[in-house]
Write a protein that binds this ligand. Structure first.
Ligand code: ZN
Length: 482
């Protein structure tokens, strides 16, 4: 099978008009394209293709997406169709073996979470016990309609009704435990409901299964945010809140905004900025950074302006640099977080700040500079200790060279002698090449890389074309046993 995210990506990036246009003579009519139907071999233009990804014949009723078209028209199976399109657009399509035949064993766990999510939603809006939670949501300027988009809910203080509700649906304690809704009390066998008196944010995987929750305590209490316990379906270091909604927008905009909290994300999406995700209440992990990198190279960090936010910014920055991303920091005015800022300044205000964002490494230097870290040698040494992890993390060689050059510029050339050997040799290369013309060498390298990529893609497309031609010949020859 092909991973869903690859199938989605190929479908989203393919130009259906161009691909069907290879087989059918299409002409533009308003927002769609029309031509003779290849399925019932019509003479008139009753066959319509919509650029957003579908086709439809008004006479014979054939319809579908780019994959269905190729399956029906060329007789490919689904996997071949995805590979065919992937080769055209330069997306590598690799199959992975199906781990298990038959229904997915995680199905019951997804169902428990979905049922719990519906229970929480109902308790937020329809039960008297949800009044405080409703007031809290409204107090944050979020209407019921808005909240329903994100399926917010409320977990009552008394856990028994949830447990009984799930049991009435056929989910026993074992399944509720496995799904992360029940936890074992420490040092005993007693089970209890994990979420009590919390505002609930369901967390979805890329196929829109509810895989867990983030719960914010209402009023005082610790911890402020609580996630579902780790389970077969919930690994918080691999999940990003909002990626299920944002994945297509991220590819389209070729950028991603990373925020810290659920409310930050909700505020941005409500303001019309869709390409935003949040880690689940922890520092950005390696797995999350690598997941982000599958969608875009361009990441903007929008963390709180306080010290904790700054620390989280640089930690996330290093993880992303390790994965070859280009990372910029959006600095909001003191005391603002993305939620409060967008609530008062709107999407335009945020776009202005994004336009003024600076590279994560420059931001680090800026903060060190303002803190007086470059004023004397002893501090310079310490400043260097703070910069080196980011330099080491950067896997994009050109970026790393630039960072080394930037560091030596800042600390003065003598300090280069303090760099460890491999970095030192890169540093001298970096400075000398930037003295000549870094722009030219980079452009040249990019062009070469793009060229070799293009050649590989064309090669793959040709190989598949050849197989299709072979198959057509086969189909015509009655004796063919292939
Ligand atoms: Zn037709």
């Amino acid at each position: 099978m092909i991973p869903d995210e690859i199938v989605d990506r190929v479908r989203d990036e393919a130009d259906i008009v161009e691909i069907i246009g290879e087989f059918v003579k299409l002409k533009r009519v308003g927002t769609s394209f029309r031509g003779p139907c290849p399925f019932h071999h019509g003479k008139h233009d009753n066959f319509s293709v919509l650029p957003r990804g579908t086709f439809n014949c008004f006479v014979c009723g054939e319809k579908g997406n780019v994959f269905t078209f190729l399956q029906k028209h060329l007789g490919l199976d689904f996997v071949e169709a995805v590979k065919w399109v992937g080769a055209r657009i330069g997306v590598e399509v690799r199959e992975v073996s199906r781990q298990q035949e038959g229904p997915d064993p995680r199905e019951p766990l997804w169902e428990v979470n979905a049922a719990a999510s519906e229970f929480f939603r109902r308790h937020l809006w329809e039960e008297p016990g949800g009044a405080a939670a409703r007031a809290y949501v409204e107090g944050r300027g979020i209407t019921r309609e808005d909240a329903e988009r994100f399926t917010l809910g409320f977990a009552p203080r008394d856990g028994t009704p949830l447990r009984e509700h799930l049991r009435s649906l056929g989910f026993d304690d074992g399944q509720q435990l496995a799904a992360g809704m029940l936890v074992r009390r420490e040092g005993s066998d007693e089970l209890r409901v994990r979420f009590r008196h919390r505002l609930m944010f369901p967390i979805f995987d890329l196929r829109e299964h509810v895989v867990g929750f983030g719960g914010r305590v209402l009023g005082e209490g610790e911890p402020k945010y609580l996630n579902s316990s780790e389970s077969e379906i919930f690994a918080k270091r691999r999940l990003l809140y909002g990626l299920n909604w944002a994945k297509q927008s991220i590819r389209k905009a070729d950028r991603l905004l990373l925020v810290e909290g659920y409310f930050d994300l909700i505020r941005l999406v409500l303001a019309g900025i869709d390409e935003v995700v949040a880690p689940l209440g922890t520092a950005l992990t390696e797995a999350q950074a690598s997941l982000i990198r599958k969608y875009t190279k361009n990441v903007f960090l929008l963390y709180d302006s306080d010290t904790a936010g700054q620390k989280a910014t640089f930690r996330a920055g290093d993880e992303l640099l390790r994965n070859g991303a280009s990372v910029r920091v959006v600095s909001l005015p003191d005391g603002e977080d993305p939620d409060s800022f967008v609530a008062s300044q709107g999407a335009e205000g945020l776009e202005r700040e994004i336009a003024q964002s600076i590279d994560v490494f420059d931001r680090k230097i800026q903060i060190l500079e303002r803190g007086g870290w470059f004023s004397d040698l002893r501090h310079k040494r310490q400043a260097l200790d703070k910069l080196l992890p980011s330099i080491r993390a950067t896997t994009d060689r050109i970026m790393r060279d630039l960072y080394v050059a930037r560091t030596s510029e800042e600390i003065a050339s003598c300090v280069i002698s303090m760099l460890p050997e491999p970095v030192r040799s890169r540093a001298s290369r970096g400075t000398s090449s930037s003295a000549s013309s870094p722009g030219l060498s980079r452009a040249l390298r990019d062009r070469r890389r793009a060229k070799s990529r293009r050649h590989r893609c064309v090669g793959r497309a040709r190989a598949i074309d050849a197989r299709i031609a072979e198959r057509r010949v086969c189909a015509r020859s009655a004796n063919c046993s292939a």
